[in-house]
Design a protein around this ligand. Structure first.
Ligand SMILES: Cc1ncc(COP(=O)(O)O)c(C=O)c1O
Length: 388
């Protein structure tokens, strides 16, 4: 008996529950249509909401940055890793978000972990939406603070928790996704901000799926709800609508200065690569100069919802105010079956199963670069599915 035998047993348990995960390879440039395992499929599985990950301008920016600065940034930002590109990107993010400053991390996951562990510790309290992204949840655990979850988007329960618990702790941090990544609905931002103010709490909002998608200038959920300028901590990623890689925190100059001194996943890791930094910068410029992309994305969301209402009223779509539309299925087995059928019919939309989400579902994401025919094909395939 080896000390490692349990790993094989654990994998078998995962397989028996139909929770086993494996990868699928996409070939070539990302886009609305991709080649998946050798077969052309319409892509409803990407977070590249504006279709920028394959944009020539981002590609050129990355290539030029590699030629000018090399492939790696060679060290952490505080040692040898900083290039002029990093501060340019941070200024561009702060300007898009209308905040004083920003700090760029090597991924969104690291941004959440770094910010949360810097802001709270053992004497503090974190109140966390139960459907929050893994990076918020793990950041909370790593911080050593006491964690209490509130039911999804339930501000009433959150208020009761604040009344009961706030007084027992030094600092309190409320953490939430702005757009919930596996559901597509939005957090009740106004109420969260009011509660944070009333109970003297910090609020960290994860705009991973809001940036470049919501708000008239693409600044995110905070702009969408008219909360620009209110005091809060915004996190985001460069890897979704901005088509690159990396993450950021944006807010007051004091907050950002503090994170530069205290966020371990920024201080003790290699700076974002020149290529990723430059392509994210190019993406922000496109978000600013081509608002029609966001309009097209929302046209596609509305078009799909309209077709579903007309042709598939029985589909159990979860409440959504974003380009993420999910429909629920009875079991992980059903979700896998439907995902497989979709793929065989030329549609790439993945099955999402526990433990990522509490209930199994198919997750569909729309892109600005989808054409009407792509969306019509999706609805046709889904219709065939419900009649067979
Ligand atoms: C809500 C949310 N937060 C954070 C992240 C992490 O971002 P990144 O992929 O840049 O690490 C993701 C991405 O998967 C996400 O969906």
């Amino acid at each position: 008996m080896s000390a490692y035998d349990w790993i094989q047993e654990s994998l078998q348990t995962i397989q028996r529950a139909n929770w086993y995960r494996s990868t699928q390879t996409i070939h070539g440039i990302p886009g609305a249509v991709v080649v998946l395992d050798g077969k052309e499929v319409i892509n409803f599985a990407s977070n590249d909401y504006l279709g920028l990950a394959g944009d020539e301008r981002l590609i050129s920016a990355a290539v030029n940055a590699v030629k000018e600065f090399g492939t790696g940034s060679t060290g952490s930002r505080l040692l040898s890793g900083q290039r002029s590109l990093h501060r340019e990107l941070e200024r561009a993010i702060a300007s898009l978000k209308q905040t004083q400053d920003a700090i760029v991390f090597s991924s969104g996951y690291l941004a959440n972990i770094g910010a949360i562990t810097a802001l709270v510790g053992k004497r503090d309290l974190i109140l966390s939406d139960q459907y929050n992204h893994s990076s918020l949840k793990n950041g909370a655990i790593l911080s050593g603070a006491s964690i209490t979850e509130y039911p999804h988007c339930n501000a009433e329960v959150l208020k009761n928790q604040l009344i009961e618990l706030r007084k027992n702790y030094r600092r309190c941090l409320i953490i939430t996704d702005s757009v919930f990544s596996m559901d597509g609905d939005l957090c009740p931002l106004h109420t969260l901000l009011d509660l944070a103010e009333e109970f003297s709490c910090m609020l960290l909002v994860d705009e991973a799926h809001g940036t470049g998608v919501l708000g008239s200038s693409g600044a995110g959920c905070v702009e969408h709800f008219g909360c620009t300028g209110r005091e809060l901590i915004q996190m985001g990623t460069l890897s979704k609508a901005l088509g690159s890689l990396g993450g950021y925190i944006t807010g007051s100059a004091t907050l950002i200065d503090f994170l530069r001194n205290r966020a371990p996943s920024w201080i003790y890791t290699t700076a974002l690569s020149p290529a990723d930094t430059a392509s994210a910068n190019a993406a922000i410029e496109i978000v600013r100069s081509e608002p029609q992309r966001i309009l097209r994305l929302w046209h596609n969301v509305e078009y799909l919802k309209e077709l579903i209402q007309k042709h598939l009223p029985e589909l159990k779509i979860l409440p959504s105010s974003s380009p993420i539309l999910c429909f629920q299925l009875e079991s992980a087995t059903d979700a896998l079956k439907v995902g497989k059928h979709l793929k065989e019919s030329g549609i790439f939309a993945p099955a999402i199963r526990p433990p990522t989400v509490p209930t199994s579902r198919i997750r569909i994401t729309l892109m600005a670069t989808h054409e009407n025919v792509h969306i019509e094909k999706l609805v046709e395939v889904l219709s065939n599915l419900t009649t067979t």
